[in-house]
Design a protein around this ligand. Structure first.
Ligand SMILES: C[S@@+](CC[C@H](N)C(=O)[O-])C[C@H]1O[C@@H](n2cnc3c(N)ncnc32)[C@H](O)[C@@H]1O
Length: 374
């Protein structure tokens, strides 16, 4: 910190030096967060104490800078000189206010860091063992409403051709069930550190609501369906949602050859016909990347996954071309990630906290935002 602040240029230099020293401290904490359960908690505590002190010092620094500015203004010879002085101080004042706003977020950052320190030796299961009766009743009502929305958005009947080909019509998996599986798969991807490539495919997407929902978790979401009128309905929703990261297209799950382009493949028993569903499962597993996550919430797959060469991670989440041992290892790793769903959020303006937020979100932790209701 400069000993004597004499004018706006000194203030700008002082702010720059402060920002640099904060940046160094924040990157050191971020590096610790990236170590996940191997972080050094004492080091983190010491770094947090330094940040805490710096944030407190900043208030005193602002008071000193304000005092200099006020005395400059008081000594202005006339009105024009006063206006010129204010203009001169403008950049310094804006920068110090911006930094103040950034530093005000420290308490949120500290809570997020403390949660990671406290959780480093704990595990949170991918699926909750038991839902409270209250939560059950609420999600069941919400699912019901979601079914209404689903019916409103896709009013097309199943085509004769699709029926003849052994397809099921567009019957939706309950929304809350879907999110449980998405969340579990998302945490496995965090454990695998695959946050840069997170592509999701709904095989038999019907009216596309699941593709839309998956955008909350993954970078790209696609849906394919046998029936063109369903695809049209899905496209209409995605277009209305301005979903540039999502597409719906017509394809037959039995001949589609792009399964290897996805990290997460979801199929909710699209096909009625027993032989054909097995043929589809084989095709998906054979062409998926090793380690791709398969979300298959129906009994038949639960009986066949092992002979198809998959490991079951947990619940309805399976891993293609993976032994059960390996799948169990990934489950345990995934249970050590945080539970925040952060990946699909829009890029925000970079601040001093960006490296810390990036490292934390990479492990499933985020700041707790309190969004005002009105
Ligand atoms: C049970 S619904 C699932 C809808 C949605 N995925 C969900 O989970 O809510 C099955 C969907 O798969 C589609 N489908 C059936 N057979 C298919 C095939 N061979 N290729 C592509 N889509 C198919 C149907 O048209 C229908 O929209």
């Amino acid at each position: 910190m400069l000993d004597a602040v004499e004018g706006p240029q000194d203030v700008i230099a002082e702010l720059q030096a402060f920002r640099e020293s904060m940046r160094t401290l924040v990157s050191q904490v971020a590096a610790q967060m990236a170590l996940r359960n191997k972080m050094n908690d004492q080091k983190v505590e010491a770094l947090c104490a330094k940040i805490e002190t710096a944030v407190r010092d900043y208030s005193n620094m602002l008071m000193r800078q304000n005092a200099v500015r006020t005395s400059h203004e008081a000594n202005a010879s006339d009105h024009d000189a006063l206006i010129a002085l204010r203009r001169e101080w403008g950049v310094a004042s804006t920068r110090s206010s911006l930094l103040r706003v950034e530093l005000n977020q420290w308490s949120l950052m500290r809570d997020m860091i403390q949660l990671q320190v406290a959780s480093r030796k704990k595990r949170v299961p991918l699926y909750e063992k038991q839902q409270s009766p209250l939560a059950k009743a609420q999600s069941s009502a919400s699912d019901h409403v979601f079914d209404w929305v689903h019916a409103i958005l896709n009013q097309h009947k199943q085509s004769g051709d699709a029926y003849e080909s052994g397809c099921f019509p567009d019957i939706a998996l309950p929304n809350s069930e879907f999110h449980k599986h998405l969340h579990a798969a998302y945490r496995v991807l965090l454990a695998m550190e695959k946050t840069d490539r997170m592509r999701f495919l709904d095989v038999g997407c019907g009216g596309g609501l699941k593709v839309l929902s998956a955008r909350r978790y993954f970078k790209e979401s696609d849906g394919l369906d046998y029936q063109q009128t369903y695809v049209d309905a899905a496209r209409a929703i995605l277009e209305k949602a301005d979903a540039e990261d999502a597409t719906a297209f017509q394809a037959d799950a039995l001949t589609f050859d792009g399964y290897d382009g996805y990290e997460v493949i979801y199929f909710y028993r699209p096909i009625r016909d027993h032989e054909k569903i097995i043929e589809m499962e084989k095709r998906i597993v054979d062409s998926a990347q090793p380690g791709a996550l398969l979300i298959a919430p129906y009994c038949g797959f639960a009986q066949r996954y092992a002979e198809l060469g998959c490991g079951r991670v947990d619940g309805a989440v399976y891993m293609a071309k993976t032994s059960q041992n390996k799948a169990d290892q990934w489950r345990r790793k995934a249970e050590q990630t945080g539970v925040a769903v952060v990946q699909a959020e829009e890029e925000r303006m970079s601040t001093i906290w960006t490296p810390l937020l990036k490292a934390s979100r990479h492990s499933g932790y985020d700041i707790a935002r309190h969004v005002p209701l009105i």
